[in-house]
Design a protein around this ligand. Structure first.
Ligand code: KG4
Ligand code: ZN
Length: 356
């Protein structure tokens, strides 16, 4: 970290300044990595004063998935009003913000650039630190937002539209990747299967609610790599669903949805328990959009109880993309590593272990 990366100290009202983050440090978080424009004000890493999320779901629904160019344009239109609303809801103006954190990756490059540029402009204007945040790291921090007493180390199952991974969070900023998907992410499988079944977009919530009317044991879909290590594979499952429906055109869509969901959840929960056992973890957390899934939440809690593990299950709003988790991860980053240089770029392929 360059020594000159911090702000000048001429603003006497700053509590964060160039020094380490304190419990009073108020971070404005900005998230634009995919199809949610979000801003939030969080004090001390866990006190959420406001969290505004503007979803672009309706804009992308007719295309059956996120269209990057449409996402960038929508972020451009929404970034100022969403940020302004987060500040109004928190009851603060620019003089009270101590640092601005933004997702710099991974995500869609055009979408990321909107949030990163806005965050840097605000940090410059207010003369406060800019903090680069890894979106995946922020999902790990979502658990801390609602459980500040959460103690490390712990194993986190991170399941989103772009990633499926098991992470050993040994300390703040110290992660060990225990396993990950070899092909599709779990959320991607939900989205693809929902599209094939004509359930619409986004697929996860659609399959979740359709499954309520179906029998999860109606069809025994394959559980790939079930007895083998901590990696995942979901592309074969998606193909099995397609093959089954083509071979049985009259099959109940609800039964297919419920059986598919049961297969995904079975694999996720089995591997998460195995990971906790292998590293001797006493706590297990879950994060990412798929962690909003009803069956996964239920089975995750049951597994933790059976294995004597402390379970951390963020609320649904904290599982899907939001900026409170960005502000929280930004606070820890500022505390442990200081501000990020203003020439830090957006990186669509940013990895979890990368510190910037
Ligand atoms: O974390 P997230 O909001 O964005 C990414 O960073 O990817 O995750 C979005 C993913 C989508 O694939 C969506 O279908 C899935 O999370 N998802 C769900 C549910 N809610 C969202 N998957 C299963 N069940 C749900 N209830
Ligand atoms: Zn996400």
């Amino acid at each position: 970290m360059p020594a000159d990366a911090g702000p000048s100290e001429d603003a006497g009202h700053r509590t964060g300044g160039a020094g380490p983050a304190t419990p009073d440090t108020l971070v404005l978080g900005i998230e634009t990595s995919c199809d949610e424009t979000a801003a939030a004000c969080v004090r001390g890493g866990s006190d959420v004063l406001s969290s505004v999320v503007s979803s672009q779901v309706e804009l992308h629904a007719r295309y059956g998935g996120v269209v990057p160019e449409i996402a960038s344009r929508a972020h451009n239109e929404l970034i100022i009003p969403v940020t302004a609303r987060a500040m109004v809801e928190a009851g603060v103006d620019g003089t009270r913000i101590d640092a601005v954190a933004a997702t710099t990756g991974p995500g869609l490059i055009g979408a990321l650039l909107v949030g990163v540029s806005a965050a840097k402009a605000l940090a410059l204007t207010w003369d406060v630190p800019f903090v680069s945040v890894n979106h995946l790291e922020a999902h790990l921090y979502a658990a801390f937002l609602e459980e500040p007493e959460l103690s490390l180390p712990l194993v986190v199952l991170l399941v989103s539209g772009g990633h499926t991974m098991l992470v050993h969070m040994e300390d703040h900023g110290r992660y060990r990747l225990l396993g990950q998907t070899l092909d599709d992410a779990a959320g991607e499988a939900f989205d693809k299967v929902a599209r094939f079944l004509g359930l619409g977009y986004p697929g996860g919530p659609a399959i979740d609610s359709e499954s309520l009317h179906g029998d999860p044991e109606a069809i025994r879909f394959p559980r790939a790599l079930m007895d083998d290590g901590l990696d995942f594979s979901f592309s074969g499952l998606k193909t099995s669903v397609v093959n089954h429906v083509r071979a049985h055109p009259d099959v109940s869509t609800a039964d297919v949805a419920a059986s598919f969901q049961a297969a995904v959840v079975d694999v996720l929960v089995t591997k998460a328990r195995r990971a906790a056992r292998e590293v001797g973890a006493r706590a297990l957390a879950i994060g990412g959009g798929v962690a909003a899934n009803s069956l996964l939440r239920e089975q995750f809690l049951t597994a933790c109880t059976e294995d004597g593990l402390q379970a951390f299950l963020p609320t649904r709003a904290m599982c899907t993309d939001n900026a409170a988790m960005i502000a929280s991860a930004g606070w820890y980053r500022l505390r442990d590593h200081g501000p990020s240089p203003l020439d830090t770029g957006a990186d669509p392929n940013l990895r979890l272990s990368t510190f910037r």
